[in-house]
Design a protein around this ligand. Sequence first.
Ligand SMILES: Cc1cc2nc3c(=O)[nH]c(=O)nc-3n(C[C@H](O)[C@H](O)[C@H](O)COP(=O)(O)O)c2cc1C
Length: 177
Amino acid sequence: MSEAVLENIRTRRVVREMTEQPVERAQIEAILEAARWAPSGGNLRPNRYIVIEDAETRRLIRLVSPGMFQKAPVLILICTNWEVAAEHNLPPTDRALLIDVGTAAQTMMLAAHALGLASGPVTSYSKEAVKMILNLPAAYSPEMFICIGHKAEIAQPGMRAWKKITWRDLTHWERFS
Ligand SMILES: Cc1cc2nc3c(=O)[nH]c(=O)nc-3n(C[C@H](O)[C@H](O)[C@H](O)COP(=O)(O)O)c2cc1C
């Protein structure tokens, strides 16, 4: 096992302050390529990705996204394509669909970190407004933005300070007695 992989997992943090510096196209493509290798329930691959670099589109999206603190130069929207789910008789409520969003999201953020880029997920936005802004096909459900950019060297707006958790706090061995 590569220690570099574990180090990448340990040191990735959500970044909520980014500079306006653009992200190279090759780096965006490397992140999308990494997401292609994320595990997918039944290998159905229901995720579709929308890459948004246009400044006005990003501004409109920020207006309808109270949880988007970053002014990121690149947004990748992870969508579930319900047509793919329906082809395989998966109801829209099937949990594999959201789990697929999660595996892609973490893979993208780890890939961004490995490339020296900052990233942050956002789920706090108006789905209806985002659908309209992006003119999404009816079958596309916008599930999570991944903001990508370069970290600004200023203090991040404070999130709740949780007590430091370890894996032991989160794990139970064997059956509950
Ligand atoms: C499902 C999910 C939704 C999230 N939504 C947001 C969001 O809307 N805005 C935001 O700033 N961070 C969001 N986050 C990031 C978490 O707040 C962050 O991962 C957590 O505070 C731990 O920080 P770390 O990843 O840097 O360790 C989200 C994370 C997950 C997994």
